[in-house]
Design a protein around this ligand. Structure first.
Ligand SMILES: [Zn+2]
Length: 213
């Protein structure tokens, strides 16, 4: 996919390479990387830096191999791996979370024609699939933290730009936006947040706890 315009920033790539992102963000980053040759190459550069640092550590200390292996066995589950061999709308990192491709998603209506499916991750951030019918809007909202939105199918426009398949929008606390799906194809996105969204409409604010958005 060469038409991707909106990419990961260095901070996200670096944190991903270091394994320090919340699981929800890691999934969005891994999914973008599996769709984007540019960011995969940039990640390789960051990982090389990390590898060089690890080499320094390893050569400057006496490494107790047995203890290290025991630590690895006990440690957190393996970082999300990118496997571009599984075909479908969802890259493999995402398929692992959904339990299959698009037809395995358990959608729930969130109003105004929009549906979502929250994916199971650690509690420090949340990630969901969003299905926005062609031509429909997601209620305008602000953010208390960071929101990453990756387009998997279709496209949406908001106050900032147009986002097509593979494009990633990074929204922060200052940004209020109203994403609107383009006509033609339903828009399917993967979105991660590390804090509840701030809706301006009263109805959305009342419904928010029930929808976990
Ligand atoms: Zn990219």
């Amino acid at each position: 996919m060469s038409k991707i315009k909106h990419h990961l920033n260095d901070a996200l790539l670096m944190s991903y390479a270091a394994g320090s992102l919340p699981e929800a963000f890691g999934l969005v980053v891994a999914t973008h990387i599996s769709m984007c040759d540019d960011c995969r190459a940039r990640l390789g550069a960051f990982e090389a830096v990390g590898g060089a640092m690890l080499d320094d550590v390893a050569t400057s200390q006496d490494v107790d191999l047995k203890a290290t292996l025991a630590l690895i066995e006990k440690g957190p589950k393996a970082p999300i791996r990118v496997d571009v061999t599984k075909l479908g709308l969802f890259p493999s990192a995402l398929q692992d979370y959904v339990g299959g491709d698009l037809d395995a998603v358990k959608w729930r209506a969130v109003g105004m024609g929009v549906r979502q499916a929250i994916l199971p991750t650690s509690k420090d951030a949340s990630v969901r699939l969003l299905h926005i019918p062609a031509g429909c809007a997601v209620p305008d909202h602000g953010h208390r933290g960071t929101e990453l939105t990756l387009v998997l199918q279709g496209a949406f426009k908001d106050e900032f730009d147009r986002f097509g398949p593979g494009d990633l929008e990074i929204a922060t606390e200052e940004d209020v936006h109203t994403p609107v799906a383009e006509e033609g194809v339903d828009c399917i996105c993967l979105a991660a947040t590390d804090a509840p969204l701030k809706f301006r409409g009263l109805v959305q604010r009342i419904a928010q706890p029930f929808l976990r958005i």
